[in-house]
Write a protein that binds this ligand. Structure first.
Ligand code: CA
Length: 220
């Protein structure tokens, strides 16, 4: 899961970035409105955490521009503007949810997860493919009822594949989904993780579509 955090306050930003990363998400952090716009134009995100009071371009304008460009990324507004009118404005401009500062970090993470779930069109928290069940909240994976231990990266790759059941994801798409900015990615990192994953889960769970990428089966 890749999340864009848009926040100019260094302390709040750092706390949110670390919290989301701990929850297994790759986080890109934009510190002002223009940087946020550039990021939204260049990458596909699973969710965005948007502060409204931003330098260079107001958060509400960033949101309005993104929606005008048909960017449908789920947006959680986090703002100190607790006036009802500001929240209503944000929701009317296309935000999906909001939190008022100061907020509880666990609640923010739970809301981001809920937005991603709703966006994927499923209200359920677990992802399933055949006998494989992935629980992104508790970071559990079971196959035929047996718990499988995965590294953080392996889990992130599997989660990305499970959120797109039946679809073939290229190596580049998987890198996009699990690495944030400033993270060095060696050229064969994804293949190495996939190799370990397929050893742990069996080669028939994650299919290699030669020359194209990888996929897990969709619902039967
Ligand atoms: Ca701010």
């Amino acid at each position: 899961m890749r999340v864009l955090l848009i926040e100019d306050d260094p302390m709040i930003g750092k706390a949110v970035q670390q919290g989301l990363a701990r929850a297994g998400m790759a986080v890109d952090w934009a510190h002002d409105g223009r940087e946020a716009e550039l990021a939204l134009a260049q990458h596909v995100y699973d969710a965005t955490v948007l502060d409204l009071g931003l330098p260079r371009k107001d958060g509400l304008e960033v949101l309005i521009t993104a929606r005008a460009r048909r960017n449908n990324v789920p947006v959680l507004i986090v703002t100190a503007r607790d006036a009802v009118s500001a929240r209503v404005q944000g929701l009317n401009a296309g935000a999906d949810d909001y939190l008022v500062k100061p907020f509880d970090l666990e609640e923010l993470i739970a809301r981001v997860r809920a937005l991603i779930r709703r966006h994927a069109g499923t209200g359920v928290a677990t992802l399933e493919s055949g006998a494989l069940i992935v629980d992104p909240v508790n970071r559990n994976v079971t196959l035929h009822g047996k718990r499988i231990e995965l590294s953080a990266r392996e889990f992130a790759i599997l989660e990305a594949l499970m959120r797109n059941p039946g679809a073939v994801m290229s190596r580049e798409a998987l890198e996009e989904a699990i690495y944030g900015w400033h993270q060095e990615v060696s050229s064969n990192a994804i293949e190495v993780h996939l190799h370990h994953l397929r050893k742990k889960l069996g080669a028939d769970v994650i299919r290699n579509v030669r020359g194209v990428g990888y996929r897990v089966s969709g619902p039967e």
